[in-house]
Design a binder for this molecule. Structure first.
Ligand SMILES: Nc1nc2c(ncn2[C@@H]2O[C@H](COP(=O)(O)OP(=O)(O)OP(=O)(O)O)[C@@H](O)[C@H]2O)c(=O)[nH]1
Ligand SMILES: [Mg+2]
Length: 313
């Protein structure tokens, strides 16, 4: 077996970090190792955490991690495009607690940017999930920031999606409008120490009533004060309840297959794009075709046929 793959399977942190970097850079060393580790994956439960900016997602992740660690579970954390890891707050909210997690060998934390992507999650996230899974993590927590495509994309990867809202009409309505209603497996109303929390809970509950009236499972709405570790046990219980529900209802298989579908499409897309734009013989051809399109010597569709014809021949 490939050395880096073998070390990842042993859970060796430096090899995990190195393989992730290879994957992010599209290094051939990554695909070699990725091919081998796949057969040791599938055990980790993947939890996506999304929702309003500054809602306490990182603080929640920190507390959820601490709770799972008490149960002896190993945790992988992926923070996608953290807004201000070094200025505003630490990557995981509270600096002291974040430090504590960084020192813990049972926790692996990685932050990733979304740069270079046409919206949505960076394709390397699929690789990172596979790597952390293969390395023996029981739970993988993925935080996405802001409202947009990344939020919606995270459900293609996550088995369970947590949507974090905070007291205040504006925020909750805004998040729900953004199509968050359908992606939530669990709603969390964090900052329950703030005024208006009961009203927000009632609003979300009534939206859940509408959405789930003809569904097998009703999306739970949980109040938390992440900063004070309040309500976290309930969050853990609900994640475990949802995991059981997925297994019983067979939704688990559907979700996992969707994830592999998205991953496969992404790998093919990336390879095709590299093939077309990076190979020098093709690149010249493309520049020539662009000139021809510009000069009205050829139309874009016929130019695309020419390029694809070279690949599909
Ligand atoms: N009052 C109150 N503040 C909280 C609570 N949980 C987190 N915070 C604070 O809210 C701020 C934002 O917390 P983060 O955990 O960084 O929130 P986030 O959602 O990860 O933020 P972004 O990643 O920037 O979108 C921090 O100052 C936290 O200390 C809570 O339950 N109550
Ligand atoms: Mg955060």
């Amino acid at each position: 077996m490939n050395e880096i793959a073998a070390n990842v399977l042993k859970g060796e942190p430096r090899s995990i970090a190195r393989l992730i970097s290879y994957a992010e850079n599209g290094d051939v060393k990554a695909s070699k190792a990725m091919k081998e580790i796949h057969f040791s994956t599938g055990k980790a439960h993947v939890v996506g955490i999304t929702g309003v900016m500054g809602g306490g997602k990182s603080t929640l992740i920190c507390e959820i991690t601490r709770e799972f660690r008490k149960k002896g579970k190993k945790v992988g954390i992926i923070a996608i495009d953290p807004t201000s890891p070094f200025s505003g707050g630490a990557l995981l909210g509270d600096r002291v607690r974040m430090m504590e997690l960084t020192m813990d060998k049972g926790v692996f934390i990685r932050s990733m940017g979304t740069r270079g992507m046409l919206g949505g999650l960076t394709s390397a996230v699929y690789d990172v999930v596979e790597i952390l899974d293969a390395s023996g993590k029981d739970i993988i927590l993925i935080e996405t920031v802001g409202v947009g495509q990344a939020e919606v994309d995270v459900i293609k990867i996550a088995d369970t999606t947590l949507v974090v809202l905070v007291p205040g009409l504006g925020d909750s309505i805004q998040a729900i409008k953004a199509g968050v209603m359908e992606i939530a497996d669990i709603f969390i109303i964090n900052k329950a120490d703030k005024s208006g929390v009961d009203q927000t809970v009632a609003e979300v509950e009534s939206l859940v009533d509408l959405e789930c009236s003809n569904k097998e499972r009703r999306t739970p709405v949980i109040k938390t004060i992440a900063k004070e570790n309040n309500g976290i046990t309930e969050v853990i219980n609900r994640i475990e309840e949802h995991k059981k529900y997925l297994k019983i209802s067979k939704e688990f298989d559907i979700k996992r297959k969707k994830r592999y579908e998205a991953e496969l499409v992404e790998i093919i897309r990336k390879r095709l794009m590299n093939f077309i734009f990076d190979e020098s013989k093709f690149k010249d051809g493309i520049e020539l075709l662009i000139d021809q399109i510009y000069n009205k010597e050829i139309d874009p569709y016929s130019a695309a046929d020419k390029i694809l014809g070279k690949i599909l021949k």
